[in-house]
Write a protein that binds this ligand. Structure first.
Ligand SMILES: Cc1cc2nc3c(=O)[nH]c(=O)nc-3n(C[C@H](O)[C@H](O)[C@H](O)COP(=O)(O)OP(=O)(O)OC[C@H]3O[C@@H](n4cnc5c(N)ncnc54)[C@H](O)[C@@H]3O)c2cc1C
Length: 530
């Protein structure tokens, strides 16, 4: 390919991370194009009217809760997304655990609030929770500055902030190490005695992965984040957030090409030259960002340009490596759901309609992960669920709801194959959820179930992994997605990863895109004096 670059940067994938990178680079005056295979932007950060039988019920096939974005709010703030239509509202209460016996535990807005809830079941556990949260917060204070910085840089400021947090909590250091190094499940069973406390914590932390595994204590960061930063939802749906990114990108002069797949990252003599599109066009670019899963990104580079060792390493990077993954069931309803049994057993008059509901038991969480690893579906309910319309009634006709069911640990590859069991599994999940959520069965108009293979096909994400690469301590910082591939340079000059498969990881927060934009900006300055 000999023609000169038409673009400074070509970005593959208009997920929110690709768009984030595009916004930062275009606002520096770079000529940026984002190419997206689907007919709309957003990737896994999307919503839409996808059920033909319920054309006015908004469905969220993927992300819904803004937790990550509240932990790292820089991207929407810096890009002024509110000016482009993004509007976030806080969920109050945020996450609520419902026990099969009718009791409920609200994860409050502070450790004290949550301890107050726990005290209704066990004085011992409430005190133990406050003790635990000191360790969790100390860890969060140390980890946060590192998460927000580029792990490929020295980051003096971030290191000093983490060091200051460590020195402030130096007496807790052995406990922090023990917490992070142990299975989260062990810590929960050791420190707590009541089944409601144990189950609530297992069910919350299970969202980060198999909690009985060594090193899964890192999942306690999730508890720290939920307590300190709370939860929000994008009013108008997640697509509204992605549309705000698009609007900002266009405002700063970026070009977005939809419905066009990138087939090849064109490289000559180990230097990127641009991208080849499915329609045969070649777009020249000085730098290329693969804001997609790192495996397909590297495999797309011109044959022979990448050593086999890198292709092997990225192909084997863990993506749903324990055999478990969420699936998604969406149900459009002709009426409104409620949680009468659990609400009526409380002494306050709190409503859970705006909350994210977590249900299951400690035993069930372990069983779900074990069954999934064997390719089986557990018979014990462990799911998260909510009605997004509780927060934002505009997402369905007046007086109606949409239900969002998210069983956390289903088999990625069930032994019978998903097509043989998906309808039965959807029915089982709805049956179980309806024991907690009134109206779910009575009001059903239409439903959809998505499994990891659907996400792999739709978003080109390896093994359907919702965070691209598993969230593991061994895959954090510069080790994400793999040793030698998480830094500033890839095996081909001018090529960068830019999605959830690099630090700090998955979820809707835009930080991978922000970090990549800074890397590319430095590269263009150094190589092209731009
Ligand atoms: C069911 C589910 C629930 C979730 N819930 C939450 C939640 O509540 N909160 C939260 O914070 N996160 C949640 N997540 C995770 C979060 O959505 C993702 O981690 C995040 O959106 C990934 O963003 P990304 O931009 O890095 O990549 P993606 O969203 O995967 O975007 C990549 C884009 O690249 C495109 N693409 C791929 N290959 C090509 C190609 N060759 N050419 C052109 N385009 C290409 C894809 O079509 C896609 O649009 C959830 C995910 C799922 C699936």
């Amino acid at each position: 390919m000999s023609k000169s670059a038409e673009y400074d940067v070509a970005i593959i994938g208009a997920g929110h991370n690709g768009l984030t990178a595009g916004c930062y680079l275009a606002s520096e005056g770079k000529r940026v194009v984002v190419i997206e295979a689907l007919d709309k932007a957003g990737g896994m950060c999307n919503s839409g009217y996808t059920l033909p039988e319920a054309p006015h019920h908004m469905i969220h096939p993927c992300a819904l809760d803004l937790m990550s974005l509240r932990v790292h709010p820089m991207v929407p703030d810096e890009l002024e997304l509110a000016r482009h239509g993004f509007c976030q509202e806080r969920m109050l209460p945020g996450y609520v655990f419902l026990h099969p016996d009718g009791s409920s535990l609200v994860f409050g807005s502070s450790p004290e609030e949550t301890a107050g809830e726990i005290r209704r079941f066990s004085e011992h556990d409430a005190d133990a929770f406050l003790e635990l949260m000191k360790i969790v917060y100390a860890f969060v204070d140390m980890a946060l500055p590192q998460m927000r910085a580029d792990p490929a840089r020295f980051n003096f400021g971030a290191k000093m902030k983490s060091l200051a947090a460590l020195l402030k909590n130096i007496k807790l250091k052995p406990e922090i190490m023990a917490l992070m190094g142990s299975p989260a499940y062990t810590t929960i069973m050791e420190r707590f005695e009541h089944d409601v406390t144990r189950s609530a914590l297992c069910c919350l932390l299970g969202a980060a992965g198999p909690i009985a595994n060594e090193g899964s204590g890192i999942a306690f960061a999730l508890l720290g984040f939920v307590q300190r930063f709370g939860l929000g939802r994008s009013i108008g749906g997640m697509q509204n957030l992605s549309n705000a990114f698009v609007s900002r990108f266009k405002e700063v002069g970026g070009e977005l090409i939809l419905s066009t797949r990138v087939e090849e990252i064109v490289s000559e003599a180990r230097k990127v030259k641009g991208v080849r599109l499915a329609d045969g066009r070649i777009l020249g670019a000085k730098a290329v960002i693969g804001a997609i899963h790192p495996k397909p990104a590297l495999e797309m580079v011109t044959s022979g340009e990448i050593e086999r060792k890198w292709l092997t390493r990225v192909a084997l990077a863990p993506a749903n490596s324990q055999g478990a993954a969420p699936v998604k069931v969406d149900v459009a309803l002709s009426g409104q759901i409620s949680y009468k049994r659990h609400e009526s057993l409380r002494t306050d008059d709190v409503s859970f309609r705006k909350s994210g509901i977590i249900l299951g038991t400690a035993e069930g969480v372990i069983d779900n992960f074990r069954c999934a690893a064997r390719g089986e579906v557990s018979k014990m309910p462990y799911q998260w669920m909510t009605a997004p319309t509780g927060m934002d009634p505009s997402q369905a006709p007046e007086g109606q709801d949409v239900a969002y069911l998210y069983p956390v640990a289903m088999p990625v590859n069930p032994t019978q194959g998903w097509d043989a069991i998906r309808d039965d599994v959807a029915q089982m999940l709805i049956d179980q959820a309806s024991e907690y959520m009134d109206g779910l069965k009575e009001f059903e108009i239409a439903r959809n179930i998505d499994v990891p293979q659907d996400w792999e096909a739709r978003y080109n994400v390896h093994n359907g992994c919702v965070v691209h690469i598993d969230t593991l301590a061994t895959r954090s910082g510069g080790m994400r997605p793999a040793a030698g591939l998480g830094g500033d340079t890839l095996p081909v000059e001018g090529l960068y990863f830019g999605g959830a498969g690099i630090a700090p990881g998955g979820g809707v927060n835009g930080l991978p895109g922000r970090i990549t934009a800074a890397r590319v900006s430095r590269y263009l300055r150094k190589k092209y004096r731009q």
